[in-house]
Design a protein around this ligand. Structure first.
Ligand code: CP3
Length: 341
């Protein structure tokens, strides 16, 4: 591979500058994304390997980032298990058959590799296009976050039904989470077998949970998934919104990298983790709305703070918002790539 910055930083080896990629880098803030999106539905884009590859390559070609991330969604595992998934503009993801009873949980399937074969096919096309230039990151949703969509039937502000299931029917919740965890580990291994160079687990909504509930209903399944991965030479990145609180526990699941939200000082949290665990983060994505001078200053401030630390990957604390100006994202990548330790 020509550019190994991301893999080196993930394995806590020295790099000449921090590598850069951004969550949701292949998405709606790019005019070129809309040229494709206007012709296909989101799921068609995910399920057609040539199109998924075209979208994956947009930020590689237009932003020159140090890693590509597979174009897909965390909810494809839920769909493969039997969820009736759709994405509607302005509404977001929806499962038309929410999972709420014991019968619903029992009906979910766990042998779903065949149904996710299109992801393996997309990975092969993307790797041909990348041609060894930069690593490709695969990903999956963490069981708690995927469960929340299955139970709520879509996005939620307060996760009321999901948390009620955890609190009133913990055994049922565990049966559901265990099924999702089995599928998720198999799915990440399918991606690794197809050729991804790193994997990230997204637990986007973990911040909704108390420490005890996070430990019981999220963390233990992430431990299980990571322990089952065929991860030789494949770094594992663990992301959650809420990592400024949960990072020490996340590190106990033995990922190579913990991805940190923007509520905490990055050096501070890194020093609280084992030395072999790298950090990724943690610019507030809203900085990318601001003036270019602000963008540059905040990136330099973060990098000066992390100077002398191995094991640091630049990213945002969460994904790029769809209305962030493309030009600002491009500028941020340029600032990062010019920096030297
Ligand atoms: O990072 C990337 O560029 C790779 C592609 C990617 C998408 N979704 C594409 C997408 C990744 C890594 C995801 C992960 C994902 N999906 C997460 C975890 C990341 C995070 O932000 O916390 C979550 C929670 C989802 C679930 C999901 N998918 C939601 C809530 C939505 C709607 C969001 C919205 O803002 O409307 C999606 C749809 C989705 N996934 C889009 C894209 C590009 C938008 C689809 C469209 O064009 O309408």
């Amino acid at each position: 591979m020509t550019n190994t910055l991301l893999l080196d930083a993930a394995f806590s080896k020295p790099t000449e500058r921090p590598p850069v990629w951004m969550m949701r880098q292949a998405g709606r803030f790019m005019p070129q994304y809309w040229e494709i999106k206007n012709r296909y539905s989101f799921l068609e884009m995910c399920k057609t390997p040539e199109i998924a590859a075209d979208v994956t390559m947009l930020p590689v070609d237009l932003l020159d980032v140090d890693a590509a991330i597979l174009f897909s969604d965390i909810l494809v595992t839920g769909e493969a298990m039997g969820g009736d998934l759709s994405f509607t503009q302005g509404v977001g993801p929806r499962f038309a058959n929410p999972v709420r009873t014991a019968q619903d949980v029992d009906a979910l399937e766990t042998e779903v590799g065949d149904r996710l074969q299109y992801v393996a096919d997309a990975i092969k096309v993307i790797q041909q296009r990348l041609n060894g230039k930069i690593p490709l990151i695969g990903f999956a949703g963490a069981p708690f976050t995927v469960m929340s969509y299955l139970v709520e039937g879509g996005s939620s502000k307060d996760f009321k039904r999901t948390k009620l299931m955890l609190h009133n029917e913990p055994e049922l919740a565990h049966r559901l989470l265990a099924k999702i965890a089995t599928v998720t580990a198999d799915y990440l291994n399918l991606q690794i077998a197809a050729g991804v160079n790193a994997v990230q687990i997204f637990d986007s909504w973990a911040q909704a949970l108390s420490w005890d509930d996070y430990t019981e209903f999220s963390h233990r399944y992430i431990v299980e998934i990571i322990s089952r991965l065929n991860r030789k030479d494949i770094p594992v990145i663990s992301f959650c919104k809420g990592s400024s609180v949960f990072a020490p526990l996340m590190a106990e699941a033995k990922p190579d990298v913990v991805s940190i939200d923007w509520n905490v000082d990055l050096l501070d949290i890194k020093k609280r983790l084992p030395k072999t665990v790298a950090v990724q983060g943690n610019l507030d994505p809203h900085i990318l709305y601001a003036d270019k001078s602000v963008i540059k200053n905040r990136i330099h401030k973060l990098f000066e703070r992390m100077r002398g630390e191995n094991g640091f990957i630049f990213n945002l604390g969460h994904g790029i918002m769809p209305d962030i100006p493309f030009d600002n994202v491009k500028y941020a990548v340029e600032v990062i790539k010019e920096f030297r330790y």
